[in-house]
Design a protein around this ligand. Sequence first.
Ligand SMILES: Cc1ncc(COP(=O)(O)O)c(C=O)c1O
Length: 380
Amino acid sequence: MRPSTIREILKVTAQPDVISFAGGLPAPELFPVAEVRAAADAVLVNEGSQALQYGPSEGYLPLREWIAAEMGARGIAAKREDVLVTNGSQQVLDLAGKLFLDAGDVVLTENPTYLAAIQAFQTFEAKFVGVPTDEHGLIPEALPELIAKHRPKFLYTIPSFQNPTGITLIAERRRKLAEIAARENLWVIEDDPYGKLRYRGEDVAPIKHWDTADRVIYVSTFSKTIAPGFRLGWVVAPAEVFNRMLILKQASDLHTSSFDQRVAFGYLTSGKQPEHLARIRTAYGERFGILDAALREQLPAGYSWTKPEGGMFLWVTGPAELDALKLLERAIGQKVAFVPGRDFFPGDGGKNHLRLNFSNSTPERLREGVRRLAALCRAF
Ligand SMILES: Cc1ncc(COP(=O)(O)O)c(C=O)c1O
């Protein structure tokens, strides 16, 4: 096991004078603090002792019902029995590793992919095989050959506003992917923390929407739509997977916090959430626009970057000779930080890439951060 570079970087970026494009943090000034406080008060006043008691491993039933209805709104038919509430979506990745992976087993992923998924699956000594991708996401037609060659335990994919690239898998490929998964008996873990954060363009239904053969394990979270400090996520999985994940969850933490689940449920049913979501979508869209414009004005020739329609990240590709890790060392000296691309590749690659987060800085800091970063890129 190796420590995550990003967690190490985050220690540095916690200093207030550092402008950070590094973390995957939502905008703290937009957290619904007063509304969550009201929900927490109501829980303690009205159902304090139940909220402080042990609860069922599956999760708080009214919250599971709320999530099942939300799944319907996202185009996924799910009953409350299909929903397992977890300690963030990160816990589902760990449970999936425990359930599916033995040493040497192959996991298919986008290349690059979410670095804490790499970390979670590496714990079980998985091997990673990248699926070819382009600007529309992974290419489903490449899967049959990879499946025949590597016999993967599952495909892990982030189809909407991918972390780290911001790329979204187009609808046609989602349908095709579900079809191939059914034909090839491939388990698919669809990780969707960002789908609700679209600030431009049309929503695309999740892969699970087309999953008639029940091969897709759908994972999502309240980390980006309420606040990550709750550590509340969920998984909607076929019964044979759900039942085993439930046993694994019991063994690891018994259940997700009774108190947090009730507070989140109170907040979600207070009628205030749509307003909050609209506010963060608008803010993130504006911040993307500011970052994109600043990069266009200031980065030297030879740099390009993605133009995501939602989420929190964009992905910069520098000239082939760029070493983003060395650039980061200098950037920290100038009090600006980002995550070097290398961390998102399970194998080699990514040396000349940078992941930039735009949700966690105000417009002024985004502009100033690009000014510092661009000067370093020009000098490099
Ligand atoms: C793709 C992806 N999956 C999972 C997570 C973990 O989120 P959670 O806070 O729900 O554990 C993140 C967080 O940034 C993420 O980007």
